[in-house]
Design a protein around this ligand. Structure first.
Ligand SMILES: [Fe+2]
Length: 434
C-alpha cells in the first residue's frame, strides 16, 4: 500500500484538502447562540429541538439567548430519533411555511440531520431520492447555497455538527442512506459540554462508542494516496481516506474517548469525563468528516433498519430501535479483525490509544488486540453482547450483508476490498462476543 506521497505512482492521488469548520467549544458557549445567529444575518429562525431536550435547561438557554438578540423564533420538537422519509417531509413542510432566514438545531445527530434536511428541501424542493447518494438515490448535487444553520449538539456522538451529511432511514427499502454535500455543513457548530449533564448513562455510552468507532475507522481508512488521481480538483471526493491531518484528530479522539468513556457513561455528575468525551466527539467529527468511515458504519445501517426490537438503556421512552452508536460498534470488533491484516500497525496504534497493552502485539494479533479493547469497553459499559442481543440470528445474515454491500460509499474507504460474502462473514463474527 502506498503511504508516501513522494513515492506515489503517477496515477495516484498526492493532494489532500482540509475543509475547516467554524466551531466554538466550551462551558457557556450555548449562551452565545443569539449573538452568533445575529452575526450570521439571522432575524427569523427555525429552531429544531430534540423533544427530550425541549424541557431542559439548555433549551431555555438557547431560546433566551436568541430572544435577547432580537431574533424571531419558531420552534419545532417534531423530530424522530433516527429520522425516516416521513420525518424529513414533515421538517421540510415546517420550514417551507415559515419564511426563515436561518436554522438552529439543538439535540443529537437526528435533530441536526433533520434541520439540515429541512434547510435543503425548503430551499430546493425535490423528492428525497433525488439527493440521496447513488446508487440508492440519484445523487443530484445541491444546486446552490443553503441558509445558515447553527448546530448545537447535546450528545457527544455523531459529529453531525461538523459534517455535510444527513442520514435517513428509507424504511420501505430497508436501508439507511444519506445525502452528502459540503453545502449541508452547518455554518457554525456550538459545542457546550455542560448540555450533556442530563443525558442518561446509556445514551452517553451509545454515542461515545460512535465517537470511538468512527475515529478508529477514519484512522484505519485507506490512505488518500491509494486512490486514483482525480481528473481535476472538482473531481476529488469529499471523503479522501486517511490523511496526516485527519490522523491527528482521530488518534487524539481515540485516546480521550478510551480514557473517559467508561467514567462518562457511569456517572452523569462526572463533569470532567463528560467534558472530555464531548471534546473527543468534536475532534473525531472533524477527522472523519473528510477522511470518511468504512466497514462498521456501512454495516450499521442494515442492523439499525432490519429489526426494531431492541430497547437500549437510556432510550426506554422511545419505540424499540438500535441507537446509531450501538449499531456501529456492534460490528466494530469483527470488522477490525477483518481489516487489521492490511495495516496492522494502525490497528495496533488505535488499540494502544484506547488503553490496550500492545507490548506483545504483532501483525498477526493486531486485529484481535483492537477487537479485545472494544469488547472489554462494551462489556464494562453494559452494551449488548453482539447481534444476537439485538434480535438477529444466522438466518438474518444474507439480508444484513445485502444491505451493507449497498453502502459502497463508505465501503470503498475500507483499507481492504470487501465483498458481500466477506460482510456475511463479519456479521457472523459479530453475533456474540463473550
Ligand atoms: Fe457514526
Amino acid at each position: 500500500m502506498v503511504v508516501n506521497p513522494f513515492l506515489s505512482e503517477k496515477d495516484h492521488e498526492s493532494v489532500f484538502t482540509i475543509a475547516t469548520q467554524n466551531l466554538k467549544f466550551g462551558v457557556g458557549a450555548l449562551g452565545e447562540l443569539g449573538a452568533d445567529a445575529k452575526a450570521l444575518g439571522m432575524s427569523r429562525v427555525a429552531l429544531f429541538i430534540d423533544p427530550a431536550v425541549a424541557p431542559t435547561e439548555p433549551a431555555d438557554t438557547a431560546r433566551q439567548s436568541l430572544r435577547a438578540a432580537g431574533i424571531d423564533v419558531a420552534e419545532t420538537t417534531d423530530i424522530k430519533c433516527e429520522p425516516d422519509s416521513a420525518a424529513f417531509d414533515a421538517a421540510a413542510k415546517f420550514a417551507q411555511g415559515g419564511d426563515f432566514d436561518g436554522f438552529v438545531s439543538l439535540g443529537g445527530g437526528s435533530t441536526i440531520d433533520t434541520a439540515k434536511a429541512a434547510n435543503l428541501f425548503s430551499s430546493y424542493p425535490d423528492d428525497l431520492l433525488a439527493y440521496i447518494n447513488a446508487p440508492i438515490g440519484r445523487g443530484k448535487p445541491i444546486p446552490g447555497p443553503l441558509k445558515p444553520h447553527i448546530a448545537c449538539p447535546t450528545t457527544s456522538g455523531t459529529g453531525s455538527e461538523t459534517t455535510g451529511i444527513t442520514i435517513v432511514d428509507l424504511t420501505d427499502q430497508g436501508v439507511k442512506s444519506g445525502i452528502a454535500s459540503p453545502r449541508l455543513k452547518p455554518a457554525l457548530a456550538i459545542v457546550d459540554p455542560t448540555v450533556t449533564a442530563s443525558m442518561p448513562g446509556g445514551v452517553v455510552a451509545a454515542t461515545g462508542f460512535d465517537v470511538l468507532t468512527h475515529a478508529v475507522e477514519s484512522y484505519t481508512a485507506r490512505p488518500f494516496t491509494s486512490r486514483a488521481r482525480p481528473d481535476g480538483p472538482a473531481a476529488r471526493p469529499p471523503y479522501q481516506g486517511s490523511t496526516p491531518y485527519n490522523d491527528i484528530g482521530a488518534i487524539a479522539a481515540i485516546r480521550i474517548g478510551g480514557r473517559y468513556l467508561k467514567r462518562a457513561a457511569a456517572d452523569a455528575s462526572d463533569l470532567e469525563a463528560r467534558y472530555q468525551l464531548m471534546f473527543a466527539a468534536t475532534l473525531a467529527g472533524l477527522a472523519f468528516g473528510t477522511a470518511g468511515v468504512h466497514i462498521p458504519h456501512a454495516m450499521s445501517y442494515s442492523v439499525a433498519t432490519l429489526k426494531h426490537e431492541y430497547v437500549a438503556s437510556g432510550y426506554e421512552r422511545l419505540a424499540p430501535m438500535v441507537p446509531h452508536g450501538i449499531a456501529v460498534v456492534i460490528n466494530a470488533p469483527a470488522a477490525f479483525r477483518f481489516t487489521a491484516p492490511v495495516n496492522p500497525e494502525r490497528h495496533l496504534a488505535a488499540a494502544e490509544a484506547m488503553g490496550a497493552d500492545i507490548r506483545d502485539g504483532s501483525n498477526e494479533t493486531a486485529g484481535d488486540i483492537l477487537a479485545g479493547a472494544f469488547i472489554e469497553l462494551m462489556r464494562d459499559t453494559g452494551l449488548p453482547n453482539g447481534l444476537v442481543d439485538l434480535g438477529y440470528d444466522e438466518d438474518d445474515i444474507p439480508a444484513l450483508a445485502k444491505g451493507a454491500f449497498a453502502q459502497q460509499r463508505p465501503l470503498i474507504m475500507a483499507p481492504r476490498e470487501v465483498s458481500e460474502a466477506d460482510l456475511a462473514e463479519i456479521y457472523r463474527g459479530a453475533m456474540r462476543y463473550w
